[in-house]
Design a protein around this ligand. Structure first.
Ligand SMILES: [Zn+2]
Length: 287
């Protein structure tokens, strides 16, 4: 009798254990599935927001650059950029991106709802792709300033200019995560005219034109790369170079050491607004 009881007891226990285990497994599965779906949906939401912004700019870019007509329009508009029947200003930033200067500039531009043009260096775009991506997503135009900025390299031949252009375009595409992006806009380090490498620059301009790639210099500057370091002096210098021009392309720099560039930006924007300038970027040229 005692033996029987002993035999029955474990049988009941095994059933209980199996039942409890099944219930536990079901509960754990239910909880893990719920957690998985919560995380999955959260990420999905985030990436949807991100891709929405990207798609918006992508659509703009495809519209502008998928056909030769638009490419020719860019070349034509850039050729005539200094003439306009209303007051407009293009804020342009060269040599970035950098963490210490480009990020505060992007913050100021966002606060003022201004879209600018960034002529990025390929080497810096590779170093800080997330900043290039942010600038692009916030509606700024990402253009090309070559890869090395070393005159001896980029101006060793006209083909070297094209090679640096292509290498930088690849860095931009990778940074913004869109392999179809083409800026089709180059700024020559040191400007497109004059200096020791003038002949090579002229040859490179022809090569760029043959490939429907525009190039742009500037007609005003803060002289942030040419000796001035006092913010007030730089704003005054910018104003003197702007003068009475109707269409202004201002050269500034967003390398890591040029903190004056973002320090002067709010005041410069204020003065330009007071003078009645509309802030535009390259996308506006193609509307
Ligand atoms: Zn430069």
């Amino acid at each position: 009798m005692t033996l029987d009881l002993i035999e029955i007891k474990p049988k009941l226990n095994i059933k209980k254990v199996v039942l409890i285990s099944i219930i536990l497994i079901l509960i754990i599965s239910l909880i893990s599935t719920s957690i998985f779906f919560i995380i999955f949906n959260y990420n999905k939401k985030l990436s949807l927001v991100e891709s929405k912004i990207l798609d918006k700019n992508k659509a703009v870019h495809e519209l502008y650059f998928s056909d030769n007509v638009k490419q020719e329009k860019l070349l034509n508009e850039i050729t005539h950029i200094y003439s306009s029947d209303y007051k407009r200003v293009f804020l342009t930033f060269d040599d970035g991106p950098s963490k210490s200067v480009t990020i505060p500039i992007l913050d100021i531009l966002r606060q003022n709802n201004i879209k600018a043009t960034f002529f990025v260096l390929g080497s810096n775009a590779e170093r800080y792709p997330e900043i290039v991506k942010r600038a692009y997503q916030e509606g700024h135009y990402i253009a090309n300033h070559g890869f090395t900025h070393v005159y001896g390299n980029i101006y060793s031949s006209a083909q070297a200019v094209i090679d640096e252009y292509n290498r930088t375009e690849t860095a931009i595409k990778n940074a913004i995560g869109d392999q179809t992006y083409n800026s089709r806009l180059f700024r020559f380090p040191g400007g497109s005219i004059g200096g020791k490498y003038n002949d090579i620059k002229t040859e490179a301009i022809n090569l760029l034109n043959q490939n429907n790639i525009a190039h742009l210099d500037w007609n005003a500057l803060t002289a942030d790369a040419a000796g001035l370091s006092n913010v007030d002096d730089m704003i005054n210098y910018a104003e003197s170079t702007i003068g009475n021009k109707n269409s202004v392309v201002i050269l500034m720099h967003d390398t890591g050491t040029k903190k004056e560039t973002y320090e002067l930006l709010p005041e410069l924007i204020k003065r330009l607004q007071e003078k009645g300038y509309a802030f535009e970027n390259i996308y506006d040229l193609l509307k």
